[in-house]
Every structure is written in C-alpha cells, then in structure tokens.
Design a protein around this ligand. Structure first.
Ligand SMILES: [Fe+2]
Length: 277
C-alpha cells in the first residue's frame, strides 16, 4: 500500500513551473492547471512587476515557492533567509523547497547546484541549516535530491542513505526529483530502484518530473525536453511507493507552448492514476 505523508499536506495534483513566456496567458486566461511552482529568488523583491504577476497567479492557483540559492550545504546568508520568509508569509504555502547542494563559497556564487560529500560533518551542517530555516520561517521545508556528474572520495555512505539520514535528523520533508535520480543513476551506474527503496517514503510531499539531454556520454539535467520513457517508468514506481503526492513538471529551456505543458501534465496524471490503481 502507498504510504501517506506524515505532514498532512494537501495533494495539489499535477502542476508546472510558472515561466516568463506564459505569465500573461496564465494570469489573464487562467488555463486549466492544478497548481504552479515559482522560483523563490525571482520573487524575493520589494515590489514592482514580479510581485504583480505573483499576486495575480496566487489569486487563481495554489503556488509553492522553490528556491535555487539557499545552498543548504554552504553558509547561511541572513538577508536571503529574511527575504525568503517575507515571500513565504505572502504566499502561505503548505511547504517550500530547495536543493541538497551548495552553490559556492562566501566569496563565489556559481549558480550551479553542486553535490556534496556524503560525510557525517556535512550531514550535521545541513541538518542545522534546515532546522534553522524551518524555525525562522515557521514552515515545512522539502529538500530536493540533485543530479550529479561527480562523486567525492571523502563520501562514506551512498547518496540515498545520506538523504534519508538528513531527512530524519532535520525532521523535514522531501521533494523527490525522479529525473535527477535517473540522470545520476546513469552517470554513476547505480540502480534507481535502490535509491527509491532507501527513502523514508512518508516524508515525500512532492515529485519533480523533467526532461534531460545527453552530451559526451553524460546525462545532463537540462529541463529542455519532454520527460523520457525511463523517467515515466521511474515516476510510476515512485508513486507506488509514496502514494498520491503533488507532482510538478519542470521545463526551463526551449520552453514550449502552455498547451504542450498541459499535454505533459495530462500524461503525468494518467501515469499517476494507473500507478495508484
Ligand atoms: Fe527538480
């Protein structure tokens, strides 16, 4: 039987990312879509056009903020946390998310979601950062697994055990990105089923789906293509484990028409319904 989230957050259905080419169509026409995810940092501003779009979006749909710059394995930037809290107070979402990664050092921001060494010291640091951001914001945080192209000799456990340990110790939720599992599994040669099995399934509150590309023998998490067949299969396997949780399709490059995104969302609903039947 699929497990039920311990956090009692709503299943928002199938959603997509709110992206610039669709802003006007979405807020003016309110096309059929269950919910939207927004990139937190794009709306952590004092006013102006971004908040105008955001407020109109939130009038019509559930909206969940998804960050790319918290850098939970790096140092905290109090200004970032304060602005994030303001955004969360504005939207009052059932959870918010960012990645299990670091994005640079105090002196350098790479804008990449870099994987971390899986050690006790890194785990303890990440757990402290997650506990603090949940305390400061008063809201449930969901940490997302990233795709990776390298591993560290210093790691003492596999990624899935590290993630499970972080989730339990920080008492936070998980955003499970099945495309990222597939990309990393292909790049590093592990079995995605082992990854899925090792997670605390009742902590998963959201699933990400996305397309990727292949370059020089590596899978790259480019979000610029339809979801591939293997990732649809992995999505079905994930749904059978975690149950009926909110699903979101990420499509950030070669962004298609909104109608094409609706088509992809319909397929996700079909796969999800089939997996749960
Ligand atoms: Fe993702």
């Amino acid at each position: 039987m699929p497990s039920v989230s311990r956090f009692e957050v709503p299943d928002l259905g199938i959603g997509v990312g709110f992206r610039v080419p669709h802003y006007r169509q979405v807020v003016d026409e309110r096309p059929e879509m269950d919910w939207f995810e927004v990139i937190s940092e794009n709306f952590m501003v004092d006013g102006g056009r971004p908040l105008h779009w955001l407020d109109r979006l939130a009038d019509a749909y559930p909206v969940v903020p998804h960050g790319v710059a918290m850098s939970v394995a790096g140092v905290e930037h109090p200004e970032h946390t304060a602005r994030l809290r303001t955004l969360l107070d504005r939207l009052a979402p059932p959870w918010f998310s960012d990645h299990l990664c670091f994005t640079g050092t105090e002196a350098l921001t790479t804008h990449d979601l870099l994987p971390v060494p899986y050690t006790d010291a890194v785990r303890d640091h990440i757990v402290d950062r997650i506990k603090r951001v949940q305390d400061v914001t008063g809201r449930l945080f969901a940490v997302e697994n990233v795709s990776s192209y390298l591993t560290y000799k210093a790691s003492t456990v596999p990624e899935w055990d590290f993630l499970a340990d972080v989730l339990e110790r920080a008492d936070c939720a998980m955003l499970l990105d099945v495309n990222n599992i597939f990309v990393s599994a292909q790049n590093h040669g592990f079995d995605p089923a082992v990854f899925l099995d090792a997670l605390p399934h009742d902590r998963v509150v959201q699933i990400h789906l996305a397309g990727h590309s292949i370059k020089d023998g590596y899978r790259l998490d480019t979000h610029d293509a339809p979801v591939c067949d293997e990732v649809w299969d992995l999505y079905a396997a994930a749904v059978r484990k975690v149950g009926s949780v909110s699903t979101l399709i990420e499509w950030d490059g070669h962004i298609p028409t909104f109608e094409r995104l609706q088509q992809e969302a319909r397929r996700a609903r079909e796969v999800r319904d089939e997996a749960l039947s």
